[in-house]
Ligand binder design. Structure first.
Ligand code: NAD
Length: 405
């Protein structure tokens, strides 16, 4: 039975991929977890009245609007959830925070460091009046990833020597795949780097407890020109053309792949690879950490599992063991199913909403904060600058450098 006696009225901007994932999580979170506050799916926002009305009905929202400014200033909205491309994150988040709304913003926080700094400053001003903000790096909330972090924090790996991370996709291998917003720098900020590289940067820093201090990088745009899309759809977009071919083409202005080495502030060496050209790899995120006392491996395609090599065990018993992270005393799992009854991708968002709602209701600051997400943005920026300068070693500016008030 729930002990809920108050509610937070959610207003969400964007209703496509992440809009659907977040809607599922908002719908589910109070039905699974016993929380001090209930999320009410009050209003959804999109620019096309017909499409957003249909989305409101399909995804379970009470009402809809076509103007995000109306949403962020509405008296009957407490939380603004931003699920739009990166070019609108800063404007919407800053306006929402100024209007006293708690903000959950999808990753990467912004399209560049300048915007991210402005968002951090806005979050700091709002925080002084009890308004909370968080960036949606959902993979932190996969139970096996949280458990990986807990084992590292408990010292079970000893001194961390290596961090090895890849995030691989293949949805633009076809040169005829259209020039969607994710392939345009002014809309997306960067390509594979900011879209999927940002996830492994956040995840590895979260798990290792160490921050990236410098990088040497290469990036590449393998297909430099693509047909224009017929519609604004995301990963399922179609080409604007006829059977004879596309009507027009445009320049790809982001990276297709980014590969870099890094140093972490605890002394570890790290390698990162983010690509949309890894043929056959659909959404392959894998992280391995090697320490003086053991190793841990997480693979998103087997997200209920964690591989653990414990070098403190007697020699003949040593070897990688597979932990099925579905027990009631594993992170987030107590509210789900009996042991062994596995969970999936969408649960990471339910966990994200659980943590966000709990923090807001209890007057705590949720994580990752906008400042944490700025640090990721600074790494993205350092990677781009290194790649532009023949892979030269490029330091990552500390995130807590003074920001404009
Ligand atoms: N956490 C994750 O695993 C994950 C996965 C995918 C995308 N993302 C992030 O989520 C964000 C959205 O990505 P997506 O895949 O959902 O994109 P998408 O193209 O599927 O959806 C974008 C939505 O934003 C709407 N939109 C765009 N500009 C708008 C505006 N000015 N006002 C109102 N609505 C507007 C579009 O109509 C659409 O509904 C991005 O920041 C992306 O990096 C995160």
């Amino acid at each position: 039975m729930s002990t809920v006696d108050s509610e937070l009225r959610i207003g969400m901007v964007g209703y496509a991929f992440m809009g659907a994932a977040h809607s599922q999580a908002w719908r589910t979170v109070n039905r699974v977890y016993d929380l001090p506050v209930r999320a009410r799916m009050a209003r959804i926002c999109g620019r096309d009245a017909g499409k957003v009305a249909e989305a409101a009905d399909r995804l379970g929202w009470d009402s809809y609007t076509t103007d995000w400014r109306e949403l962020v200033n509405a008296d009957d909205i407490d939380v603004v959830d931003i699920c739009t491309p990166g070019d609108s994150h800063a404007e919407i988040a800053i306006a929402a925070l100024a209007a006293g709304k708690h903000v959950l913003c999808e990753k990467p926080l912004a399209n560049n460091v300048g915007e991210a700094r402005e968002m951090v400053a806005a979050a700091a001003r709002a925080q002084a009046t009890g308004v909370r903000s968080m960036c949606g790096f959902n993979y932190r909330r996969v139970p096996a990833v949280t458990m990986m972090r807990d084992l590292v924090a408990a010292g079970r790996l000893g001194v961390i020597r290596h961090v090895r991370a890849v995030y691989l996709q293949d949805w633009i291998v076809d040169p005829q795949f259209p020039l969607v917003w994710r392939l345009q720098k002014d809309r997306a900020g960067s390509g594979a780097l900011g879209d999927i590289g940002a996830h492994i940067i956040d995840l590895t820093q979260f798990v290792s407890g160490q921050r990236i201090t410098g990088v040497s990088a290469v990036t590449e745009t393998f297909v430099k020109e693509r047909p224009l899309p017929a519609d604004s759809a995301g990963l399922a977009a179609t080409v604007d053309g006829t059977a004879d071919g596309p009507h027009a083409t445009g320049q790809v202005t982001v990276d297709d792949a980014a590969v870099f080495v890094a140093r972490l502030d605890g002394g570890a060496l790290a390698t990162y690879e983010a690509s949309r050209f890894a043929t056959g790899r659909k959404n392959a995120l894998r992280v391995e950490i090697n320490g003086s006392l053991g190793s841990l491996v997480f693979d998103l395609e087997r997200l209920n599992e964690l591989e653990f090599y414990d070098a403190t065990r007697p020699g003949p018993e040593q070897g990688f063991s597979r932990i099925l992270v579905t027990e009631g005393d594993h992170p987030y799992m107590s509210a789900w199913w009996p042991p062994g009854h596995i969970i999936g991708y969408e649960h990471s968002f339910t966990h994200e909403m659980r943590d966000f709602l709990t923090a807001v209701a209890t007057g705590a600051d949720p994580t990752p904060s906008f400042a944490d997400a700025l640090q990721v943005q600074l790494v993205l920026d350092a990677v781009e600058r290194s790649a532009e300068h023949s892979s030269s070693w490029t330091g990552v500016e500390p995130a807590l450098a003074p920001v404009a008030a």
